[in-house]
Design a protein. Structure first.
Length: 138
């Protein structure tokens, strides 16, 4: 099976996670700046890692309503969808993934200051793992 790439979208940085080839576990990669080179880096990573699908987190409020983050994530999704046409690109509900990531990092003993560089990719791992768990439950 091909690996799956998960992206936790942010306005400044995006968390990155990649599954194993069995699509059963998600692993963090360093977060990327969301800049003009983001899409080029993404296409290179897809080629290098034999990625078969991209899953982009969709942050919505607990009520299910859109937020400013939802609109921003939708914009990133559309940009990626426009450039990546040879593999599936989809969205996945990522409610509470960043909060869960912060909690996990705190429980691991990292201070809030030290979490900043890791929380985006930890959130990407949580979101991607939830997606993979849904796939494997079928």
């Amino acid at each position: 099976m091909a690996r799956v790439l998960g992206i936790d979208p942010g306005t400044k940085r995006c968390g990155i996670a990649i599954s194993d080839s069995n699509q059963s576990m998600a692993f963090p990669r360093p977060a990327w700046s969301r800049d003009a080179a983001f899409i080029d880096k993404l296409t290179a990573l897809i080629d290098e890692e034999a990625i078969g699908a991209v899953v982009i987190g969709l942050p919505v409020a607990l009520s299910g309503n859109e937020t400013a983050s939802t609109v921003d994530a939708q914009q990133l999704f559309e940009e990626v969808l426009e450039k990546i046409t040879d593999i599936p690109v989809l969205q996945w509900d990522e409610r509470l993934s960043t909060l869960s990531a912060q909690k996990s990092l705190s429980e691991a003993g990292l201070r809030a200051k030290d979490q900043r560089s890791r929380v985006d990719s930890a959130a990407a791992v949580i979101m991607l793992q939830n997606y993979l768990d849904g796939l494997n439950a079928e």
